[in-house]
Design a binder for this molecule. Structure first.
Ligand code: ATP
Ligand code: ZN
Length: 225
């Protein structure tokens, strides 16, 4: 039986958000002994379990109430919310706060020689992306419709491989785009990591712990500013 008395926090196991997530929790005073291969880590000094998963699974784990708290990129969160809404669901969760890491932007990029004159140029093109819903929401504002080439990795090679005309992918420095002969033509979403809580009431002990963590996170982030 799962021990439901401990606060369950989901974070990315390995990737761009894991080091910063780990550091933030450590700076909040949570002593965790993370063993590389383990899915679950137990805090030694607080009633907290850390669940280490793919970042894509985190919004769903929080929305479905499997974990109490999650640290995830707003891009992944928002895409999951839009996906669930498209399926007729009404996903619920509480946005606790934006964090000060994981900054990136979701952008449309095209081959270097593409003559870009605005969103209308994208009408009916095929776009390789992991974020079809965010892209659809953005282009709908311009009444532009497109075809999707859904990829969960290697999105930036799709145009060269003849799979898509353009891409919509995460960018931080732009070096990856450059290396693949692409140029950024439109920023559609600015993202950072954020902290979310499942909807519904937590036990008073758990809520008190969340409140304490939030106060500490506030302090940690302020000290870094
Ligand atoms: P996982 O194996 O957990 O599914 P992933 O490969 O999907 O990992 P990462 O590349 O580790 O994901 O990125 C995780 C998150 O980090 C992104 O969703 C985004 O919020 C953030 N991020 C920050 N900078 C970048 C960047 N340059 N490219 C991609 N993601 C970035
Ligand atoms: Zn992922």
């Amino acid at each position: 039986m799962l021990d439901n008395s401990r606060l369950r926090i989901a974070m990315q196991k390995s990737g761009r958000l894991s080091d910063e997530s780990k550091k933030l929790l450590a700076q909040c005073g949570i002593k965790i002994n993370l063993q590389e291969q383990r899915l679950i880590a137990f805090a030694e000094n607080m009633p907290i379990d850390i669940l280490r998963v793919r970042d894509d699974d985190i919004p769903g784990l929080v929305i479905d109430g499997v974990v109490d708290i999650g640290i995830v990129g707003e891009n992944v969160l928002e895409e999951e919310v839009l996906d669930r809404k498209a399926e007729g669901q009404n996903p619920q969760f509480k946005q606790l706060r934006r964090l000060d890491f994981g900054a990136c932007r979701l952008s449309i990029a095209a081959p270097r020689d593409f003559d870009y004159q605005g969103p209308k140029c994208l009408q009916d093109l095929r776009v390789a992306t992991t974020y079809p819903h965010l892209l659809k929401r953005y282009l709908a504002e311009y009444n532009v419709t497109f075809n999707t080439c859904l990829l969960n990795g290697s999105v930036e090679v799709a145009p060269r491989a003849g799979l898509a005309d353009v891409i919509c992918d995460l960018v931080s420095s732009g070096a990856t785009l450059e290396a693949n002969g692409l140029k950024e033509i439109e920023v559609i979403y600015q993202s950072k990591a954020c902290l979310i809580q499942r909807s519904g009431e937590l036990s008073s002990d758990k809520q008190a712990l969340v409140d304490k963590l939030l106060t500490r996170i506030q302090g940690v982030i302020q000290a870094r500013e």
